[in-house]
Design a protein around this ligand. Sequence first.
Ligand code: ATP
Ligand code: MG
Length: 214
Amino acid sequence: MFFFRTNDNAAAINIGLMGGTFDPIHVGHLVTAEEARQQFDLDYVVFVPTGNPPHKEKEIITLPEHRYLMTSLAVMSNPYFFVSSVEINSEKPSYTIDTVKHFSGNEKEGPALFFITGADAILEIFSWKDYEKLLRLCTFIAVSRPGYSLDRFRETLDQVCPDMINKVHLLEIPALAVSSTYIRERVALGKTIKYLTPEPVEQYIKKHGLYLTG
Ligand code: ATP
Ligand code: MG
């Protein structure tokens, strides 16, 4: 895999994974990933757009090709950021456990994996497939997000999975109350989305007429 260091003596590298629909990617995702990268000394952050998210089956989401390309445009200027097509290329629904296994390779020599999520997503982790295995395979970085309480998550983890408390780190970031839903709604209303997402993404949305119907 292209992420492994070639130096034999080097410790395993730290990879951050950030899953999401990214419909579209926005400054909330980017600030979150960059802060996690610096605070946890991550060598890379890989954004993994979902193909067919099991929990969003009933919602209409934008074609994976568009979401993948917008994510690629957004990370272009950051040398530590990458995008993976592993989930969008999969025919099956995307489960985080499969994605994490994909990146963990041979566990002994593989990278140390850090899965970055917002406070809303981490609150749902107990409904994810094989969440206990997941908590063993990677460390979670749960990032604050306006409107969601990380304290509640900490309490639940304490009750459901107390052994794993050291596998979830909580990270406070500058509050960004932006969401993809908010951006889609603004585009549908003809409102500006400037500065809510990087300019190339804004231009891509315009060029392809995305989100016009809300
Ligand atoms: P939607 O409104 O369509 O659900 P979203 O803005 O929540 O979109 P997702 O693609 O669902 O974006 O989220 C991907 C990941 O990014 C999740 O872990 C989510 O919690 C996190 N995230 C999204 N926006 C923020 C934000 N403003 N601050 C912190 N984390 C965020
Ligand atoms: Mg969301």
